[in-house]
Write a protein of this length. Structure first.
Length: 293
């Protein structure tokens, strides 16, 4: 089953890229950017689910929105536009700071879910304040809506190249520690007994997640990365119980959904690609076989 899914997903992704390159070249580099973002985020998705971090993963929507709004201000001051390299840099800085705030809140004695909720409350307050600042000071240079939906159709090869280092760095953690992290989630005490530093891996996971969402915000916007940190792993878990299958299946379903989103957008231009991607992932989840069958 896994090999068939991987082969079909690879074929669909290749077909979408060929179609974009030959028939809608304006969408080729946006599709490359979207595909790279989706694949890296999906590789982290099973890790978030296994470590019961889905609340934190969904909180990334708030983190990314707040970080993107905060990053837009110094970027606009420097360039009067959302120049991707500088925008990525500031977004990454603010996302990491916001995610580390969760760990800081935990040190105050709050449980992980409560600590996440406390930081989310701060993020929502900051987001409202930043939206007003941008509208008041930079209305002619920035469109706040683009920070939410992304600038998909404006992505060029330079933008894709700018996001590549962040996505490659984010991919290091699932490639190097993904399986170990999944097994640690099954029995954390045993993992620590055999020398696995679970808390250190938790921190590395947060940094990897921060890199991934910062690198994907220009193409995906500030909300959809949170969806890709949860749904691909959820779909993968319906197709296989084996821990070793979770990351490859999650990545495959993300690649398949990205291809479907491309064809949906070319047929229905009112359906934004990142929204089409989320709808496709939800359809895959609903139609997935029940576990145990």
């Amino acid at each position: 089953m896994r090999i068939l899914i991987e082969a079909f997903s690879a074929a669909a992704a290749g077909a979408a890229l060929i179609h974009a390159y030959l028939y809608v070249p304006l969408l080729f580099w946006p599709l490359v950017s979207l595909s790279a973002s989706a694949v890296v985020l999906a590789a982290l998705s099973p890790l978030a689910i296994s470590r019961r971090m889905t609340f934190l993963a969904h909180a990334q929507g708030h983190s990314i929105l707040t970080a993107a709004l905060a990053a837009a201000v110094p970027t606009a001051v420097a360039t009067q536009s959302l120049t991707p390299p500088l925008f990525y840099l500031f977004t990454l800085l603010f996302v990491i700071l916001l995610n580390l705030l969760v760990l800081a809140a935990e040190r105050l004695g709050f449980r992980k879910d409560v600590a996440t909720g406390v930081v989310m409350s701060f993020q929502l307050t900051a987001a409202v304040a930043l939206l007003y600042v941008i509208r008041y000071l930079y209305a002619t240079a920035l469109d706040p809506l683009s920070l939410i939906t992304g600038e998909y159709v404006l992505v060029t090869w330079r933008d894709a190249a700018a996001q590549l280092p962040l996505l490659l760095l984010a991919a290091v953690f699932p490639l190097a520690y993904g399986i170990r992290y999944l097994y640690a989630a099954v029995d954390e005490l045993f993992a620590e007994a055999v020398g696995v530093k679970v808390k250190t891996l938790d921190r590395l996971f947060l940094i990897s997640m921060s890199l991934a969402v910062a690198g994907s915000v220009y193409a995906l916007g500030s909300l959809m990365p949170a969806v890709l940190l949860v749904l691909p792993g959820a779909v993968a878990s319906r197709y296989s119980h084996r821990l070793a299958d979770q990351i490859p299946l999650s990545v495959s379903f993300a690649a398949l959904s990205t291809a479907a989103a491309h064809f949906l957008y070319t047929a229905l231009t009112w359906l934004w690609p990142s929204a089409a991607l989320g709808i496709t992932m939800l359809a895959l989840l609903i139609t997935a076989p029940r576990r145990g069958r």
